[in-house]
Design a protein around this ligand. Structure first.
Ligand code: ZN
Ligand code: ZN
Length: 274
């Protein structure tokens, strides 16, 4: 085991004890490990195998964001920042773009290519949407790592290196990450497409149905642990459940930036967060 692995295990151990002692959401009874999530966890109006698959696809696209750095530009009112304990959040893959240096004048922006005499000639840029309380500027983005595939306690996941910010709007940050694994990029892109078309299909069926409740499904890495799903059914149809409001669901440390899938008659939410 090398030092990085030891640090990783230490971080996971302390986040596990933080989870056990959590006072914000005691017992975490609303959090379902993503691999155990099934139709039984949905209210009977929503008990469809395809809906479980759609929420699991959202889970597939969800990553754990770790930032062991505080930008001097970070406003004080933002989340407290401490470099000794990395900031943990959740994000969702929202765009995948493959690039080759032969067809463009670009150079791979990852740190190993920046210092290499023979940089990779093809790579993929993965855009991840998260909260600006997790990643605030380019400086923080370059220290960020997005861990893809942390689905259960034993999975290692694949780290994606942060290279900068694509866009920043108030609470929402689009973080740019890079991988040289083009096969992974193809997989991410095809699952992203499947998620988008599944969401449109469900919205079209649901808006014409007589179901009067909204379904909200959030995938997060609570306290930096592996992926969990939480489900809420909102009985009020007239109340705005704007996802920018942080009280959509009880949230724990590690949840900022977590994607929410909202099945709502009024709108097909394009991108949602808690
Ligand atoms: Zn590179
Ligand atoms: Zn908690």
């Amino acid at each position: 085991m090398d030092t990085d692995d030891q640090e990783m295990n230490g971080e996971l151990e302390s986040s596990l004890s933080e989870m056990q002692n959590c006072t914000k959401n005691k017992g975490h009874s609303n959090l379902i490990p993503i691999e155990d999530f099934s139709v039984d966890d949905l209210q009977f109006n929503f008990r469809q195998k395809e809906l479980v698959e759609l929420i699991k696809l959202l889970g597939y696209l969800t990553v754990k964001v770790t930032v062991p750095y505080c930008s001097p530009e970070r406003p004080n009112k933002r989340r407290p920042c401490n470099e000794n304990s990395p900031r943990i959040g959740t994000g969702k893959i929202c765009d995948v773009r493959k690039v080759t240096s032969l067809s463009s004048n670009e150079r791979c922006p990852c740190s190993s290519c920046a210092s290499s005499g023979s940089p990779a000639n093809s790579w993929a840029e993965i855009k991840i949407v998260t909260s600006s309380s997790v990643v605030f500027d380019d400086d923080e983005a370059r220290h960020a790592t997005c861990l893809f595939g942390f689905d259960n306690a034993d999975s290692q996941g694949v780290p994606l290196e942060g290279v900068g910010i694509a866009t920043l709007e108030k609470e929402i940050c689009h973080l740019q990450c890079v991988t040289h694994d083009l096969q992974l990029a193809d997989e991410l892109a095809s699952n992203l497409m499947a998620y988008k078309s599944g969401r449109v299909r469900f919205f079209n069926d649901y808006k014409d149905s007589n179901v009067e409740t909204k379904l909200i499904a959030v995938v997060s890495h609570p306290h930096g642990q592996f992926k969990h799903v939480s489900i809420k059914v909102d009985p009020s149809t007239d109340q705005d459940v704007s996802p920018s409001k942080k009280n959509v669901l009880d949230t724990c440390e590690g949840s900022p930036g977590a994607p929410a899938y909202i099945l709502d008659k009024d709108k097909n939410w394009l991108s949602t967060y808690c």
